[in-house]
Design a protein around this ligand. Structure first.
Ligand SMILES: Cc1cc2nc3c(=O)[nH]c(=O)nc-3n(C[C@H](O)[C@H](O)[C@H](O)COP(=O)(O)OP(=O)(O)OC[C@H]3O[C@@H](n4cnc5c(N)ncnc54)[C@H](O)[C@@H]3O)c2cc1C
Ligand SMILES: Cc1cc2nc3c(=O)[nH]c(=O)nc-3n(C[C@H](O)[C@H](O)[C@H](O)COP(=O)(O)O)c2cc1C
Length: 693
């Protein structure tokens, strides 16, 4: 069986794919994994085995970087291109985003348009509520679906061969061993099942059945547990289930515990003087160490949340620029005290400066096993735990499963088995996932668990940078970058009696706390790498209105938007703004603005009332009439000037008529006298016109 697994921005799809590949073995299948951008490793054009795609979505419904090319290429293909393809798809997304699972949906739509056949209903896993909610049952059902697909393929093949010579034979797929293809994860039946689909299917079914381990509580391996025996095994009676204690029915239930993820790393620590003590993350080329030049607490001391605005000084990094709407990554280390605690817990504190050597276990059963790329060579153990591994991450069920093997004592082993089992899903969600427990918190509760360092490297994800949105405009603050954040607070719970702050926001908070005390250079944030967001920009046309909705720290990019517009307007003001500027400087004493209408009917209706009513004037002549006293004063008493300029067809004539009317009304003269007065103004060159077209 083959499987192809997909696309990932921050690694969740990838780790799910790896999990499926590992589990495939348990079902008597061998999986081959590839990322969608590794098109040298797979060939969908010729694929005859089921394929599983696992795809996340990023940006505003866009494919992750490593799927862009694939999505582009399938969109170009024409009908029936993939009619040979048999697929299932798991889409990862987050319902907090408008385009939920859009990349998965796009790929699926294209595959269907191109004639591919789905062998299992698409799963849409929602990171907003926890991927596992959909993920776990989806994977559970996958194996049966693959078996079904295998059987179908086998019988199709039989039909083809029974059809004898002729057209159908020409269409018969290649008669190589029919294995199932999971998207970019290649899974092949482990056993030599011969060359027919039927026998492959049979093998897979048998393996699948044996994968369901019927585990009894570890303390009583061979007999079902009654309530009495549970009480006898548990040191004290608890009324409610907790991280370490379960209640019936779970405590008495048989468990479907997932297969043990195959260990694959061999890790040794060596005393060495030459260990490179790198401070900060290892990808120095793309990162810049920037000082915090300002810190401002935006919330009052008694607010529930603490919001801070930080200003970073980019002056020393001329290549670092940004636009409103962009975000940037902050790389922060794990907390010193937590790293130390972990070192003690692993019994490796004394070796913290030893160098870490990692290689692949020679006999590992993990398919496609690789030394994690995020662990650079020749680093110290301290560095590994400080800068490489997300030690705060919530241990996945597979990790919990692996911890079982390193736990003494029946009760604790049993509880860990429960937490990673199918039956214990609700307990895992309640006591581990929803509390955001990290490994150290789990280890503190399971005192008899002593995992080796290799297990941490195998299961803890890469320490991720945290992105923040620019809350300033380069035009307004050249060489500076502002961002705004709330300090994340994890409330205390039984496994975390003191509560804790978010990793990055807590670190930034500590750097500038008390606010306005700036860190020494050693603690400058390891920023950044800007993350351009070319779609999330204010409209470049300044006359286009826009609406911004950004509760809480969501307001951050809009501060940048508004600063940008303010600065652009200052640099390139429109005529009215410029004129308003003259009024404020005193160069212009009065500015009367009017806005004409586009709708001629409306114009007609409103023209009359414009002369008299309080409605805002429509045309310049209306304004002239409305201010006739002032106008005649300027022209006739103060010997002022009147300039008329423009390209409007009737404007000059209308203005002239309005001036006659103003003079007639103000001086109480007849039309002829009014015309004489206007003629005099022209003669004296105090009524001047520059009319176009
Ligand atoms: C493109 C982008 C732009 C962003 N811009 C901003 C920004 O401008 N300002 C900003 O403040 N953030 C922003 N974020 C979020 C930011 O990157 C971090 O995720 C956030 O600051 C938390 O980081 P942390 O390391 O402090 O928390 P972590 O230690 O990583 O913890 C946060 C995680 O814990 C969970 N969590 C939080 N509180 C609790 C709780 N009480 N109980 C249980 N679980 C909890 C959250 O779901 C989250 O998964 C942005 C994110 C993205 C992707
Ligand atoms: C910056 C960012 C943008 C995202 N955009 C979307 C989106 O538009 N639609 C969606 O359904 N999920 C979106 N997500 C959620 C991810 O698809 C989801 O968290 C997924 O599990 C990530 O998997 P990965 O680590 O393999 O990339 C986004 C996540 C991030 C961090």
């Amino acid at each position: 069986m083959h499987g192809k697994l997909g696309t990932s921005e921050k690694g969740q799809a990838e780790s799910i794919a790896e999990g499926i590949a590992d589990e495939a073995e348990e079902h008597g299948l061998v999986a081959e994994l590839s990322c969608l951008n590794q098109n040298e490793k797979y060939n969908l054009e010729k694929e005859k085995d089921p394929v599983v795609f696992i795809v996340s979505t990023t940006g505003d419904g866009e494919p992750p970087d490593n799927a862009l090319q694939f999505v582009k290429s399938i969109k170009k293909k024409t009908s029936d291109h993939y009619k040979h393809l048999c697929y299932a798809l798991l889409a990862l997304g987050d319902t907090n985003y408008a385009n939920f699972c859009n990349c998965g949906k796009t790929i699926e739509r294209s595959l269907q348009e191109l004639g591919a056949k789905q062998f299992y209903a698409t799963g849409y896993a929602d990171d907003g509520v926890g991927l596992e909610v959909v993920l776990d049952p989806w994977i559970e059902g996958l194996w049966k679906a693959i078996n079904g697909a295998l059987s179908k393929m086998a019988s199709d093949r039989t039909d083809y061969s029974n059809a004898g010579a002729g057209d159908s034979i020409k269409e018969t797929p290649d008669s190589s061993i029919p294995d199932v293809q999971l998207n970019l994860l290649r899974i092949t039946d482990q056993k030599d099942c011969g060359s027919t689909g039927a026998s492959v299917s049979k093998c897979a079914t048998a393996a699948s059945a044996s994968a369901v381990s019927d585990l009894r509580p570890a303390a009583f391996p061979s007999q079902p547990l009654g309530t009495a025996s549970v009480s006898a095994a548990v040191p004290h009676v608890t009324l409610a289930a907790s991280l370490t204690h379960s209640l019936p029915p779970l405590s008495e239930s048989s468990l479907n515990v997932p297969a043990l993820p195959p260990p694959y790393l061999d890790v040794t620590l060596k005393e060495a003087d030459t260990v490179q003590q790198i401070v900060g993350p290892s990808n120095k080329e793309t990162l810049h160490e920037v000082p915090i030049s300002r810190a401002l607490q935006l919330t009052r001391g008694d607010s529930v949340k603490t919001s801070l605005l930080l200003e970073l000084d980019l002056a020393a990094h001329p290549n670092l620029t940004y636009q409103p709407g962009d975000s940037f990554d902050v790389f922060c280390p794990n907390k010193d005290s937590e790293v130390e605690e972990m070192l003690h817990r692993l019994g490796l504190y004394e070796q913290r400066n030893h160098s870490v050597h990692i290689s692949l276990l020679k006999d590992t059963k993990k398919k496609g096993a690789q030394v994690p790329a995020h662990v650079p060579p020749n680093i110290s153990l301290l560095y590994l735990l400080t800068w490489c591994l997300e030690i705060r991450s919530v241990p996945k069920k597979a990790f919990v499963r692996a911890l079982v093997e390193h736990t003494e004592g029946g009760v604790q082993r049993r509880r860990l088995q429960e937490l990673c089992s199918k039956q214990g899903t609700a307990d895992y969600n309640l006591h581990v996932r929803d509390q955001s427990l990290c490994l150290m918190e789990v280890l503190s509760a399971f005192t008899s668990c002593s995992p080796p360092l290799s297990l941490l490297i195998e299961h803890l994800p890469k320490l991720q940078p945290r992105p923040y949105s620019a809350a300033s405009s380069w035009l307004r603050y050249p060489g500076r970058l502002h961002f705004v954040f709330n300090v994340v607070e994890f409330p205390a719970c039984i496994a975390r009696p003191a509560g804790r702050r978010g990793l990055c926001t807590g670190w930034l908070f500590d750097l500038v706390h008390p606010v306005a005390v700036f860190p020494e250079k050693a603690a400058w944030p390891q920023v950044m790498r800007t993350l351009p967001n070319s779609l999330f920009r204010p409209p470049s046309d300044q006359s286009v209105p826009f609406i911004m909705i950004g509760p809480g720290t969501g307001v951050a990019p809009f501060i940048g938007f508004l600063q940008q517009r303010e600065m652009e307007r200052k640099e390139n003001p429109d005529a009215i703004e410029e004129l308003e500027g003259f009024v404020s400087s005193g160069a212009l004493s009065h500015l009367k603005v009017c806005f004409s209408r586009d709708d001629p009917e409306e114009e007609e209706e409103e023209a009359e009332e414009a002369f008299t009513s309080a409605a805002s004037p429509r045309y310049v002549q209306h304004n002239l009439l409305r201010n006739r006293k002032h106008v005649t004063d300027i022209l006739l008493k103060q010997k002022g000037f009147l300039y008329v300029c423009g390209d409007a067809k009737n404007m000059a004539k209308d203005v002239n008529d309005a001036l006659l009317e103003a003079i007639r009304a103000e001086l109480q003269v007849d039309q002829l006298d009014a015309m004489k007065t206007v003629a005099l103004l022209r003669e004296e060159k105090r009524y001047l016109q520059d009319i176009w077209g």
